[in-house]
Ligand binder design. Structure first.
Ligand code: AMP
Length: 484
C-alpha cells in the first residue's frame, strides 16, 4: 500500500503540547513540595529537574500522610516517587527508634537498584539503609541489622527468614511501608509471606503500593492492608508522551537489517542513545555481532543472560559508553533503563500496550524523543490496531513520484496532516535500502560467527512468526468490528 513512499514524520502540534506542558510543570516542580534542604539537594544532585507525572501526582499525597495505591511501571520514575517522601519523613538517623521504613521488592535486582537510588537521593542525610536479599550471606546481614538501620529494603523471602531466625527482630516501629511492583510480588507467590509480614507491622503505618497493573487479587489485598487509600493512575498504558515523535517505515522482512543499519549509522545522530527491541535472544546475539563487525559496540540484554554479563552491559549503557542497547521484551522489564533519545521496534510489537510500554522511556521529563518502527506486510494489522488504540489518525506519505511532480503541494499537505496530529508512514527510498542491504550481505559473508548465528536465528524465527499469525487473525476481526 505504501510502495515507493517517502517518509516524513509528525510533530508540529506536539510541539505546542510540549510548550504547554513545560509551563504546567513549573508550577508543580520539586520546589513546590517544600522539601527540606538535604532531601532537595539529593534530588538536584541526582539530576532530576522536573518531576515525572507519577511523581507530581503521588508525592504531595504521600507527604500528606495518606496511603496510596499508584499504578506506575518501571521507567515512570516511580522509585523516586516513594523514596523522596520517605527521606523527607525519616529526616535523619534516630539510633533508638528501630526500623522506620520498609521497602519490599519482588526481585533481588530491583531491591539492589532501589538501594542505589536510596543512597544517591539520600546522600545528604545520615539515614542508614540495609539490604536484605537472597544470595548474600545471612551473617553480613545480621551485622548490618545491628547498626540500627532506619530503612530496610528486602525481598519477602529473605525478610521472613530473618524474622524467623532473630527472636528480637521487630517490624513494630515501621511507619512507612512500600510494596514495589506489587503485581509481581503477588503473582510470584509471595502473597502468604506478605500477609505474615503485614501482621507484624503496626497499624499506625503509612502503606504505599506501586504496581504496573491492578489485578483483582491486588485490589482485595489493598482493601485488607491499606487505610482509605488514594488511587493514583495516569492511564499511562494508553498514553504515549506528547513529546514523542513516531516514525513508521514499511519494508520487506529481508530488508530489516539494512534499514536498521541505515537508521543507526545515518539517520540517528551518533551521540544519541537508542534502545532496540527484538523478538528473541537470537536476534539480540545476531545484531550484537553485526554491529561489532561495523565497529559499533552495543550493549545487549536478554532473559536468561548471565547476571554478571548483563550488569556489565547495562552499566556501560547507563554510563553512555555504549549508545545502543539491544533487548528482548522480557529482559527489558527487569532493568533500569535510563531516559533516552530513541526507541527502535526492530520487531513490531503485536499488542498496542506493548508498544506504549516499549517507547515509555523516550521523550520523558521534558526531553524529546523518537520511536522508529519497522513495519512489514505482516505487521500492518498491528499498525492499524495501534492507531485505533492511540486514537491517532495515520496516513501514507506521498510517493517519490508525487513529491517530484508537485513538491510544494505535497509538502503543504504533509504539514497539514502533521498539524492535525496525524502520523505519516512510508518507505525509505529503495536506493538507500539496496546500498545497506549490500553492506549487510558483505558483513555476513565475511563473518563465520554471523553465518552460524543466521542458522539459529532461522530456528528462532518460526515460533514467533506462528504466534504473530495467530494474533493477526484476532486483530483482523477486531479491526472489522471497529471499522464503521
Ligand atoms: P524508575 O521508574 O523509578 O525505574 O525510574 C526510571 C528512570 O527515570 C531512572 O533512571 C530514574 O533515575 C529516572 N528518573 C526518575 N525521576 C526522574 C526525574 N524527575 N527526572 C529525570 N529522570 C528521572
Amino acid at each position: 500500500m505504501a510502495k515507493g513512499n517517502k517518509i516524513l514524520v509528525s510533530s508540529i502540534s506536539e510541539l505546542h503540547k510540549k510548550q504547554k506542558q513545560a509551563k504546567k510543570s513549573k508550577s508543580g516542580g520539586f520546589e513546590s513540595l517544600g522539601l527540606s534542604s538535604n532531601v532537595f539537594r539529593g534530588v538536584k544532585r541526582k539530576g532530576y529537574k522536573v518531576p515525572t507525572p507519577i511523581q507530581r501526582k503521588t508525592m504531595p499525597i504521600i507527604l500528606s500522610g495518606s496511603d496510596v495505591v499508584a499504578m506506575a511501571r518501571t521507567g515512570s520514575g516511580k522509585t523516586a516517587a516513594f523514596l523522596v517522601p520517605m527521606l523527607e519523613k525519616l529526616h535523619q538517623h534516630v539510633p533508638q527508634a528501630g526500623v522506620r521504613a520498609l521497602i519490599l521488592s519482588p526481585t533481588r535486582d530491583l531491591a539492589i537498584q532501589t538501594l542505589k537510588f536510596t543512597k544517591e537521593l539520600g546522600r545528604f542525610t545520615d539515614l542508614r539503609v540495609s539490604l536484605l536479599v537472597g544470595g548474600d550471606s545471612m551473617e553480613s546481614q545480621f551485622e548490618e541489622l545491628a547498626q540500627n538501620p532506619d530503612v530496610i529494603i528486602a525481598t519477602p523471602g529473605r525478610l521472613m527468614h530473618h524474622l524467623a531466625e532473630v527472636d528480637d527482630m521487630s517490624l513494630r516501629s515501621v511507619e512507612y511501608v512500600v510494596f514495589d511492583e506489587a503485581d509481581c510480588l503477588f503473582s510470584m507467590g509471595f502473597a502468604e509471606q506478605l500477609h505474615k509480614i503485614l501482621t507484624q507491622l503496626s497499624e499506625n503505618r503509612q502503606t504505599l503500593l506501586f504496581s504496573a497493573t491492578l489485578p483483582s487479587a491486588l485490589a482485595e489485598f489493598a482493601k485488607a492492608g491499606l487505610r482509605d487509600p488514594q488511587l493514583v493512575r495516569l492511564d499511562l498504558e494508553t498514553k504515549i508522551s506528547p513529546d514523542l515523535k513516531l516514525a513508521f517505515f514499511t519494508l520487506r522482512v529481508e530488508e530489516k537489517y539494512a534499514v536498521l543499519l541505515y537508521l543507526i549509522k545515518e539517520l540517528i545522530s551518533s551521540d544519541q542513545q537508542t534502545l532496540i527491541f527484538v523478538s528473541t535472544k537470537y536476534h539480540v546475539e545476531f545484531l550484537n555481532v553485526l554491529f561489532r563487525e561495523e565497529g559499533i559496540e552495543p550493549s545487549i540484554c536478554y532473559g536468561d543472560m548471565d547476571q554478571d554479563a548483563r550488569k556489565i552491559h547495562i552499566s556501560k549503557f547507563r554510563a553512555r559508553k555504549t549508545v545502543l542497547l539491544i533487548v528482548t521484551d522480557v529482559a527489558a522489564r527487569g532493568i533500569d533503563i535510563p531516559l533516552l533519545d530513541n526507541v527502535v521496534n526492530f520487531d513490531f510489537p503485536p499488542k498496542p500496550k506493548l508498544f506504549v510500554h516499549r517507547v515509555g522511556r523516550a521523550a520523558r521529563a521534558g526531553r524529546t524523543g523518537t520511536a522508529f518502527s519497522l513495519v512489514t506486510y505482516e505487521d500492518m494489522p498491528f499498525l492499524l490496531d495501534l492507531h485505533l488504540f492511540l486514537s491517532k489518525p495515520i496516513r501514507a506519505a506521498p510517493t517519490e513520484e508525487e513529491v517530484l511532480q508537485d513538491m510544494d503541494g505535497v509538502m503543504s499537505e504533509i504539514n497539514q496532516a502533521v498539524a492535525n496530529g496525524e502520523t505519516v508512514y512510508g518507505r525509505i527510498p529503495q536506493t538507500v535500502i539496496d546500498l545497506h542491504s549490500d553492506r549487510v550481505r558483505e558483513i555476513i559473508d565475511s563473518s563465520s560467527d554471523l553465518t552460524a548465528y543466521a542458522d539459529t536465528l532461522f530456528k528462532g524465527f518460526s515460533p514467533v512468526f506462528k504466534d504473530k499469525t495467530k494474533t493477526i487473525k484476532g486483530v483482523y476481526s477486531k479491526s472489522k468490528r471497529l471499522t464503521p
